[in-house]
Design a protein around this ligand. Sequence first.
Ligand code: URP
Ligand code: ZN
Ligand code: ZN
Length: 467
Amino acid sequence: MKTIIKNGTVVTASDTFKADVLIEDEKIVMIGTELPAEGADVVDARGLLVMPGGIDAHTHLDMPFGGTDTADDFYTGQRAAAFGGTTCHVDFALQQKGQTLKQGVEMWQKKAEGKTIIDYGFHVALTDPTEESINEIPSLVDIGVCSLKVFQAYKGAFMVDDTALYKAMQKTKEADIMLMTHSENGDAIALLTDELVSAGKLDPKYHLDAHPREIEGEATARAIAIAAVTGAKLYVVHMSCSDSIEQMAMGRAKGYNVMGETCTQYMFKFEDDMRVPGFEGAKWACGPPVRTPEDAQFIWKSLRDTTLQTVATDHCSFDYEGGKNGRNAGKELGKEGWHKIPNGIPGIEDRMPVIYHNGVNGGKISLNRFVALTSTNPAKAMGMYPRKGTISAGSDADIVLWDPKKKHTISAKTHHMNVDYNAYEGMEVEGMPVRTIIRGTTVVDNGELCVEKGFGKYVYRKNPQIV
Ligand code: URP
Ligand code: ZN
Ligand code: ZN
């Protein structure tokens, strides 16, 4: 099967140029001007940008968490991703207590089976750091997993101590696996939570008091120090504020193998959104919490100056009013107290348009930087480059045709995520995907899903790079 994308403007992380793109079967085979179109389906991309499909390096689909399960499963989550111009994601498989790491991955493979729309990989989260689990880490590369998450928070659930973090880093260094941390001081959060709850401080806004910015900075510094000593590659996920990002800047200036991710919501949702009277603030409960408009500006600056190298979503959707009509319980679980709110914000569908509109149109990042942050850098960091994350001969034909003039108002009424609210409700964006192509096949075209469940393929990943 041959397809040629004609007359578009190709945008990569480094260049912007007019060219045709020739696709044969699943791969890009040629890029050039006036390429011959014989025998090929012609896609006219006049007026459109031809960009590598988005890669979301941080999602949680079909995940049990906070006393319930996420609202999106692999079908609804991946379908929404495709509508938003994302062609690949890496989801977190959680090791269960008493399980091996590989059993965790197998469990998530079963969740995805028969439901996939876009391509996907798995990180595995080390939650039961027995000697066997630690020794198992290097063998993850055999199943195409080259990233391991360690939680420095969620005491009593997923958190591991510094001994386990240190040992895990020794092993990931040995096997060339990316060690990812959720960096907040879980001991401090547990203490603060007990104090606040005992004092009867139960409204959503107290979530903020239990997650001070200083302890995100402290845990980030600790993870970076251990990475420096062990020589491990470290990717700090969902960085929310200047306290942690400054630590990242320092670690990178010292030449350590460390890099940082932020997530869309940290540029648009703030502490004041959690402080509104009533329960509405529960929508924005996530860890680390949303911070301040000043932090958002600091994040944009850090995305420009390369202190931060990826924007993901941490998509973790729970209904605001769940538990009705057969739907999973959601944020309402926290009406008894903020500490019972399931943590997470949806956004897998919105990342690309929101970052494009506010970042590129808003003059905060260049078009090429947009591609780097949302596709090329996550592909490199997650061991998928150059198969994914760029437009070049030999790469998978994962392409988004982007109309820079198309306007859209984001709303839960029209989104494709299986969740009853949207973090960017009412935001008017200019610039939207009009066609999403994965391995040469059109997956979404002008608002229509064009593939069946099961289309998305598992991606074997290796050799993650610090970008
Ligand atoms: O609040 C969040 N971030 N929920 C998802 C789990 C995690 O820590 O990434
Ligand atoms: Zn986390
Ligand atoms: Zn997460």
